[in-house]
Design a protein around this ligand. Structure first.
Ligand SMILES: Cc1ncc(COP(=O)(O)O)c(C=O)c1O
Length: 386
């Protein structure tokens, strides 16, 4: 094969995702997995039954329509109206994808030319870096710095160049739990309009906000026509394995994303699409109880981690807590996380892997709290051994 590396230059160094590595370590060592963000209990029984019904009745067992089944597109449009007062046409302004992951990939691959610059919050969710690279574009980090992890809006302004094409905004933000305020969103929107930038918003944790509220950027003046909003059923309904996500936006944007999407997966998850349509229509009580339950779990794990000696940065949203391990006499989160299963039977994720400049986040470690309370209590007890 010669000396040329098999993996192309764009993906060089991306290797295996940290989640796969740490989840494998959790399985191999029988550790409690507070690494990867998936719940350890499945979502509502009636939604599972809806999927079974669809399978049995032969709905979605063959290729569903490219943009997604009409029932789900209508339910997504209804959801945007119900929670945010945003009106989308289910036929031209909604696209169903294989999770938010595919939506992110398709949007970046569709909207970027090689050399375009994309500004995104650092620490980044890991697929952003990979997909920006696959598009041949350049990522430009806007670092959220501890302890507050707020975006510095003057810095954002200074990062915009004639090559900037797109802002990639994640709120609520993984891994820091930052939820952008209406003022921050307004300032970002103003810059986007002023510089005529496209915006992708990753809102997969939209229903997991404990302090403040989630506001979609697309609702702000001048934003609807330039924003590709992305969300997914995985986090909101605790079905991360179903991989049903979606895009909402103006027809031209959705058409562009659909063009890339049709050559990635074409379609996916037929029967689950019908079930997610039912899930989105669950009463307000479902959403409120889900949020309240995760809120309790956040408080439980945050208190436990603080007692165990971590510096805890309380998240306003998502189901992750970022900590600093310096008070434990530790410096390197990557080494710390690799050793943690053997030391006390717990798996966590080093935030360093979400930074271009690893050193900034080297002492940060992320714990997921979307687990049963008994599991969180046991994890805390184990972490006290440190
Ligand atoms: C910020 C963010 N975006 C996207 C995703 C992926 O979502 P999905 O499972 O729907 O592909 C995740 C999952 O952890 C996430 O944290």
């Amino acid at each position: 094969m010669g000396a040329r590396p098999l993996l192309n230059r764009r993906l060089a160094g991306m290797g295996t995702t940290i989640f796969a590595e740490m989840s494998a370590l959790a399985t191999a060592t029988g550790s409690i997995n507070l690494g990867q963000g998936f719940p350890d209990t499945d979502g509502p029984q009636e939604v599972r039954e809806a999927a079974v019904r669809a399978l049995r009745e032969g709905r979605g067992n063959q290729y569903p329509p490219g943009p997604g089944v009409p029932e789900l597109r209508e339910a997504i449009a209804e959801h945007q109206q119900r929670f945010y007062g945003l009106t989308y046409d289910p036929d031209t302004e909604v696209l169903v994808t294989a999770g938010a992951t595919e939506a992110i990939a398709a949007a970046l691959l569709a909207l970027l030319e090689p050399g375009d610059e994309v500004i995104a919050f650092e620490p980044f969710y890991d697929s952003y870096a990979a997909c920006i690279a696959m598009a041949g574009a350049v990522r430009v980090p806007l670092t959220l710095r501890q302890p507050a992890f707020r975006p510095d809006l003057d810095e954002l302004r200074s990062l915009i160049t004639p090559r900037t094409r797109l802002l990639l905004i994640n709120t609520p933000h993984n891994p820091t739990g930052t939820v952008l305020t209406p003022e921050e969103l307004a300032a970002i929107a103003e810059l986007a309009v002023e510089h005529d930038l496209l915006v992708i918003t990753d809102e997969v944790y939209e229903h997991l906000v404990f302090d403040g509220a989630h506001h979609p950027l697309a609702a702000l003046p001048g934003m609807r026509e330039r924003t590709v909003a992305i969300s997914s059923a995985g986090k909101t309904f605790s079905f991360t394995g179903w991989k049903v996500g979606w895009v909402t936006g103006a027809p031209e944007l959705v058409a562009a994303v659909r063009t890339a999407k049709q050559y990635l997966t074409y379609v996916s998850a037929g029967p689950f699409q019908y079930a997610v349509a039912e899930a989105l229509r669950l009463p307000d009580a479902y959403y409120a109880e889900f949020r309240a339950e995760l809120h309790r779990k956040r408080d439980l794990l945050a208190a436990g981690l603080a007692e165990a000696g971590f510096r805890v940065f309380e998240p306003q949203g998502t189901y992750f807590i970022t900590t600093d391990i310096t008070p434990l006499g530790e410096k390197d989160g990557i080494e710390f996380c690799r050793a943690l299963p053997a030391r006390c039977g717990v798996v966590a994720i080093p935030n360093a892997v979400f930074y271009d400049r690893t050193e900034i986040g080297l002492a940060q470690v992320r714990f997921a709290f979307c687990k049963r309370e008994s599991v969180l209590r046991e994890a805390v007890e184990r972490l006290h051994r440190l």
